[in-house]
Design a protein around this ligand. Structure first.
Ligand code: COA
Length: 142
């Protein structure tokens, strides 16, 4: 599919359940700011963020299976960053979710130092089975 236009529109909480593995998104409605992503005017995913317990901005992302592997994630992230003013965005990803880790790295996320991860885990601010990635939004280079 040739995707020519990506947009962020009003969040649709029924559409999200049609996304394969949507439970991995860990989206808590009412606790964050979320959008439905459209690609060529069709619903293609969900993106948004919530302010985590430590004050950091945490990304929530899910792309519908029909639209994966086409760079929708990166384009939607650029749109999200244009709408909101944050310098950095964090994303907590299961270490076992290799597709997600790779996709995050592709759009410029880097894993935070292991020592910081350990501190967050000890404070109960992130799950043991996860890793924490961060992207500087101010200096986008993709
Ligand atoms: C993770 C996710 C958001 C990525 O979205 P996407 O738009 O497909 O991502 P992109 O097109 O930017 O990147 C795809 C990259 O992911 C990686 N990837 C995708 N599927 C993969 C797989 N099955 N195994 C390994 N790597 C994979 C590849 O590196 C690929 O890059 P390439 O196309 O250059 O090879 C999407 O797969 C998804 O919604 N998954 C289910 C929900 C989820 O896990 N959300 C994240 C929770 S932290």
């Amino acid at each position: 599919m040739n995707i020519s236009s990506i947009n962020l529109v009003a969040f649709d909480n029924r559409f999200i359940e049609t996304i394969k593995d949507y439970k991995k998104i860990h989206l808590k409605e009412g606790e964050g700011t979320y959008y439905t992503i459209t690609a060529n005017k069709k619903k293609a995913g969900v993106i948004g963020f919530q302010t985590e317990k430590d004050g950091n901005i945490g990304l929530k992302i899910g792309i519908h299976q029909d639209f994966r592997g086409q760079g929708v994630f990166g384009k939607a992230l650029t749109l999200l960053a244009k709408k909101h003013t944050f310098d950095k965005i964090y994303s907590e990803v299961a270490i076992a979710n290799i597709a997600s880790v790779k996709a995050h790295e592709k759009v410029g996320f880097k894993r935070i130092p292991k020592k910081k991860e350990e501190e967050l885990k000890e404070k109960g601010l992130m799950y043991k089975r996860n890793m924490m990635l961060v992207k500087n939004i101010k200096f986008q280079n993709y």
